[in-house]
Design a protein around this ligand. Structure first.
Ligand code: NAI
Length: 289
């Protein structure tokens, strides 16, 4: 779509990947609302973006539905219509599944999946209503496509937000809304600090020691892509209407192996009638919704 003058709303837009996306979209001529739970991140990001009237920095906890609606109202009041929604805010805990508490699950799923659901339920009707078309990008992760031991909570949440885009894309494309799942590999960011925004009510963790070790060890993300690189990648993915926006070629083998394993597991005898190919193709294009 034609981006200049249109408006994007980026959750977790004040740090790391979200800030990289905001930068790229601003560079493409869009107005950008960055919504983030951390006011210090918002202050730094607004200074870094230096976008004047084209940037709106909003304090928002994506798990708060009333606040999400208020943030959408504030964005529309400033810029008019919202055309691109990037559900990007995310947090992580990693470690053995048997150490995970309900609070570990609830916190990560609440932000990474619940926050994305809140974005979609809040914004989709508004995007459909103005009729100018739009794009939704859920920030998932390569871990949605190549899950690893120790990432059960994180990867299953990322698989959920990928699946949302896969289901919504064929449903919404005829109505002018394109859906993309962004699945980056490792990117420089502040995600190792995610624990700072963990609510007190969900503080009980089975990963306290593992997290301490992780924090002390620092981040290894400096080895990998920058927020600017992945922000530009998301912009290209939006301009090209890509369903899967991927970044790291290193994961090709993992993606292939998973595809081969699931393919090999389909041990039914294929029907002689070729009609099934149209009905049950990857995106279920012909299914009645
Ligand atoms: P980051 O920590 O630098 O940025 C995330 C931002 O989200 C922070 O500013 C944080 O304050 C905000 N946030 C956290 N909880 C929030 C909430 N409840 N409401 C609103 N904002 C909230 O981390 P990063 O790495 O840029 O993460 C962005 C997304 O990218 C996440 O969904 C993450 O899972 C995903 N991702 C990150 C990868 C990486 O290597 N950094 C790789 C693959 C995916």
């Amino acid at each position: 779509q034609d981006l200049p003058g249109k408006t994007a709303f980026v959750t977790g837009g004040a740090s790391g990947i979200g800030l990289g996306i905001a930068k790229a979209l601003l560079g493409a001529g869009m107005n950008v609302a960055i919504a983030d739970i951390r006011q210090d991140h918002l202050d730094d990001a607004a200074a870094e973006l230096d976008g004047g009237d084209k940037v709106l920095a909003l304090q928002l906890d994506v798990t708060d539905r009333a606040a999400f609606a208020a943030a959408a109202d504030a964005t529309e009041a400033k810029f008019g219509k919202i055309h691109i929604l990037c559900n990007n805010a995310g947090v992580a805990v990693v470690g053995p599944t048997d150490m995970a508490t309900f609070a570990d699950w609830d916190w990560v799923m609440g932000v990474n999946v619940g926050g994305t659901i809140n974005g979609i339920v809040t914004m989709l009707p508004r995007m459909l209503k103005h009729g100018e078309g739009g794009h939704i990008v859920n920030t998932a992760s390569m871990s949605a496509l190549v899950p690893a031991p120790g990432t059960t909570i994180y990867s299953s949440g990322k698989a959920a937000v990928t699946s949302m885009m896969e289901c919504m894309r064929p449903e919404l494309e005829s109505r002018g809304i394109v859906c993309s799942a962004f699945c980056p590999g490792a990117v420089q960011s502040n995600i190792a600090e995610a624990g700072r925004t963990r609510p007190d009510a969900l503080a009980e963790t089975g990963y306290a020691e593992a997290d301490k070790g992780r924090q002390a060890g620092g981040s290894f993300f400096h080895l990998y892509q920058t927020k600017e690189e992945v922000g530009e990648r998301v912009l290209t993915g939006i301009l090209n209407d890509e369903l899967y926006i991927l970044t790291h070629a290193e994961f090709l083998i993992g993606v292939q192996e998973r595809g081969e394993a699931t393919t090999a597991a389909v041990q039914v005898q294929l029907p002689e009638n070729e009609e099934y190919k149209n009905t049950f193709g990857v995106l279920f294009r012909n299914s009645a919704i």
